[in-house]
Design a protein around this ligand. Structure first.
Ligand code: ADP
Ligand code: MG
Length: 227
């Protein structure tokens, strides 16, 4: 299922005027493909993800998430869509210090009222998929930064999202670990058929993605693949 943004404009209040964070942005991300959004700080990348995640309602334009036009949804409808269809990975893993890696993933299912049965084995399966087999009982302080980011990614996959939104996942990682996380995201996108959007200001590793677009002053332009 595709993620489609059509002619999306988003403004924020800015003193007496409004700041245009997204300026008539259109983006189509088919299932099973990974689109990278690059661009300078303040260009609107996180705003784009917030709109795609239905966390923020645009001033104009259409946002269709996995076949559902979000315009017709109220607050609780959006929350349900987000819970059931969208996986979000923020820059900071934001793990709970007292929980093991498996528990961090399991708790997502409990929060959304998923069946308790099989939750542990699903969590272990996902930790395995993100390269953390054997680390399931470790707590955050026993994991490296890269491993914590992998737990974060496993957590976002727990509800089998159709749309996966990832904001600057490699900014705290060194080059090699950044490459490994990109490889992981590319593989998961294919294996799980997610429509994945990856925001990054890191131009390395973009050979792993299906498409790269550039954000500048709230405008999206298609960019050629980096050499
Ligand atoms: P990026 O992720 O590319 O750094 P953002 O989407 O965070 O860009 O921000 C785009 C623009 O919108 C920036 O000028 C930023 O200051 C502004 N902005 C972002 N979030 C808010 C907000 N909640 N309220 C007001 N302005 C915001
Ligand atoms: Mg940002």
């Amino acid at each position: 299922m595709t993620l489609t943004l059509t002619d999306v404009t988003l403004t924020y209040p800015d003193g007496d005027t409004r700041l245009t964070a997204l300026d008539r942005v259109s983006l189509d991300v088919p299932a099973g493909t990974l689109t990278a959004v690059v661009g300078p700080s303040g260009s609107g990348k996180s705003s784009l993800l917030a709109v795609a995640a239905t966390l923020v309602t645009p001033d104009h334009g259409r946002v269709v998430v996995a076949g559902t036009d979000t315009a017709g949804l109220g607050r609780s409808g959006k929350a349900a869509l987000r819970r059931e269809r969208v996986g979000i990975v923020f820059q900071q893993p934001n793990l709970l210090p007292s929980l093991t890696a498996a528990e961090q993933v399991q708790v997502i299912s409990h929060l959304s009222g998923g069946a308790a049965r099989g939750v542990r084995s699903r969590a272990l399966e996902l930790l395995d998929a993100v390269g953390l087999a054997g680390q399931a009982d470790r707590r955050p302080h026993q994991l490296s930064g890269g491993q914590r980011q992998r737990v974060n990614i496993a957590r976002a996959l727990m509800n089998e999202p159709a749309v996966l939104l990832v904001d600057e996942p490699t900014s705290a990682l060194d080059h090699e670990r950044g490459a490994a996380v990109l490889d992981l995201l590319a593989g998961l996108t294919r294996d799980r058929s997610t429509a994945t959007v990856l925001v990054t200001h890191d131009l390395a590793h973009l050979d792993r993605v299906d498409r790269t677009v550039t954000m500048e002053d709230g405008r999206l332009t298609a960019a050629p693949a980096p050499a």
